[in-house]
Design a protein around this ligand. Structure first.
Ligand SMILES: Cc1cc2nc3c(=O)[nH]c(=O)nc-3n(C[C@H](O)[C@H](O)[C@H](O)COP(=O)(O)O)c2cc1C
Length: 251
């Protein structure tokens, strides 16, 4: 069983390749607090890193999930990122330990960047996107071999420089101040197509009578609404102006 969360499709793409090549079934994390998941010999999690930490929805999933691990079962995680993950894997390991689950293996996989909401951050140029996607496919082949051998004590992640500072200081501030739903808005160009409402993976958007988005209070900050808007009408604060849009279309 592979549990996944994905805002813009990168993590879904990785989870789907895994599922195709191994036969393990896929399950969105968002559905999992409602039903008790089945126990399986191999359990994986695939999700993106936000602000060098776990996305809010992943934290909720870990908190609510009545998941237990059989002694013999194998548990792995793949964290997708645009560049580096800081010490997100440590946070994950700790949360799982609270549930008495040992993380046997954790990898980061670099994918096209989706963060655009601060100065200096934008989507990657097309060529870099393609290169990252190709490299990810190769990396995934290696990861699958390791999982098939059930190797444990694997930590193969790109922490980047100043990993501690990023996760425990900057990431903390990021979550506190830069992930607020109130900074989202639609421009007057909004055509009321309601696509944002349909694609929000956590159901946090309700459109008004004219089909224009209103953001509720449970945003996980995936920026899916921003990236999917067909006329680039969604903004987050002042800094998404002139930035690109990206959706992983490989899935
Ligand atoms: C709010 C937000 C924060 C992000 N923070 C990081 C980060 O700390 N490090 C990083 O390398 N990429 C970061 N990214 C990029 C994503 O982790 C990366 O593009 C990921 O593959 C997106 O996955 P998805 O398409 O499944 O949502 C961030 C993206 C968003 C939207």
């Amino acid at each position: 069983m592979i549990y996944y969360f994905s805002g813009t499709g990168n993590s879904l793409h990785i989870a789907q390749i895994l599922s195709r090549q191994t036969g393990w079934s896929l399950r969105p994390m968002i559905l999992c607090d409602e039903e008790t998941p089945e126990e399986s010999e191999v359990t994986g999690m695939v999700f993106p890193v936000y602000g060098w930490r776990l996305p809010r929805i992943v934290e909720q999933f870990l908190q609510n999930l009545p998941l237990t691990k059989k002694r013999s079962a194998y548990f792995f995680a793949i964290l997708t990122c645009g560049d580096d993950i800081g010490r997100t894997h440590e946070l994950l390991r700790r949360k799982l330990k609270e549930k008495d689950i040992k993380l046997d293996a954790v990898w980061s996989v670099t994918m096209p960047n989706t963060y655009v909401a601060l100065p200096g951050f934008d989507i990657d140029p097309k060529e870099l996107q393609e290169n990252k996607l190709k490299a990810a496919q190769q990396r995934l082949d290696d990861i699958i071999s390791v999982i098939n051998r059930r190797d444990s004590s694997i930590t193969d992640v790109h922490t980047g420089t100043l990993a501690y500072v990023k996760t425990y200081i900057l990431g903390h501030l990021f979550n506190r101040f830069l992930t607020k739903h109130k900074y989202f808005r639609h421009e007057s160009t909004c055509i009321g197509c309601r696509k944002c409402e349909r694609i929000c993976p956590v159901g946090n958007i309700r459109c008004d009578g004219k089909g224009r988005p209103v953001w509720l209070h449970d945003c996980t900050m995936c920026l899916s609404c921003y990236h999917h808007c067909p006329i680039h009408s969604i903004a987050y604060g002042p800094f998404t102006q002139g930035k690109g849009q990206y959706i992983c279309k490989k899935s």
